[in-house]
Design a protein around this ligand. Structure first.
Ligand SMILES: [Zn+2]
Length: 253
């Protein structure tokens, strides 16, 4: 059984709701963390008995999505060693900037001697990547600069939009087999993010029935969106996605 669990559902300013982040679980065990804002390592540790994530996919470079990588580096570099370096799946287009943001300083610790990338196993990602026997799709979304933010999909299972304005062209390609669509949406949209008004303008009724909204501004905004008939994720909430799906490894592999 696959489940998508929200560690946080807030926008960058809604810290009471946690940084928007999800964990794909298989039979209750964490498989892949998506995004790692400053509040995420503690939320992950609390949810999964003190563990460090084994694998992370990052959607884009904004601080509420990557700010937790630095404390993870600190915990690993200062002795809280995971079994293996944390696998860090990064869309190739965002790697250079992320390296500038987090990896370029050789003196992160006064003693030096540790590279940021010693603690993470970088896996550059194009349109697809394999993890835990599942093949994920990666696609550009609309969040400011061209190809600066990406979403994640698992065919026949789910689509996770990441931060974005409406992306009907993406849903028309990656979410045509009944996928549950986890979508950025606040009660009031802005040039960076989807708002409630946008949903009816850009998506069909059938698509809207498959939406689960997250990345909103307050509990009250969440209640307003529920009152309008939408499913709206809460921090800590998990959404069951069925027994299996996506492109899986052939049995002989
Ligand atoms: Zn963002």
């Amino acid at each position: 059984m696959l489940t998508l669990r929200f560690l946080g559902v807030g926008n960058a300013h809604a810290t009471a709701l946690g940084n928007a982040s999800v964990v794909l679980e298989r039979d209750g065990a964490p498989v892949l963390l998506v995004d790692c804002g400053p509040m995420v390592p503690d939320a992950y540790r609390e949810r999964y008995a003190g563990r460090i994530p084994e694998a992370i996919f990052i959607t884009h470079n904004h601080l509420d999505h990557i700010g937790g990588l630095e404390p993870l580096f600190y915990r690993i570099a200062c002795g809280e060693l995971p079994v293996r370096p944390v696998r860090l799946y990064l869309p190739a287009a965002i790697i250079e900037r992320l390296h500038e943001q987090l990896g370029n300083d050789p003196m992160r610790l006064a003693e030096g001697g540790v590279n940021f990338w010693d603690c993470f196993h970088l896996v550059p990602v194009g349109d697809h990547f394999w993890h835990a026997g599942l093949m994920f799709d990666v696609f550009a979304v609309q969040h400011h600069a061209y190809r600066s933010a990406f979403g994640l999909g698992l065919k026949r299972v789910f689509l996770y939009s990441g931060d974005t304005r409406p992306i009907p062209e993406v849903l028309a390609h990656y979410a045509v087999n009944g996928e549950t669509v986890f979508h950025d949406c606040a009660f009031r949209g802005n040039p960076s993010h989807t708002g409630l008004d946008d949903l009816a303008r850009f998506y069909s009724g059938e698509q809207r029935r498959r939406l689960v909204l997250y990345h909103y501004e307050s509990d009250l905004a969440g209640e307003h969106m529920r009152a309008c008939g939408y499913r709206v994720a809460r921090a800590g909430e998990g959404f069951d996605l069925g027994e299996k799906g996506g492109a899986e490894l052939p049995k002989s592999a």
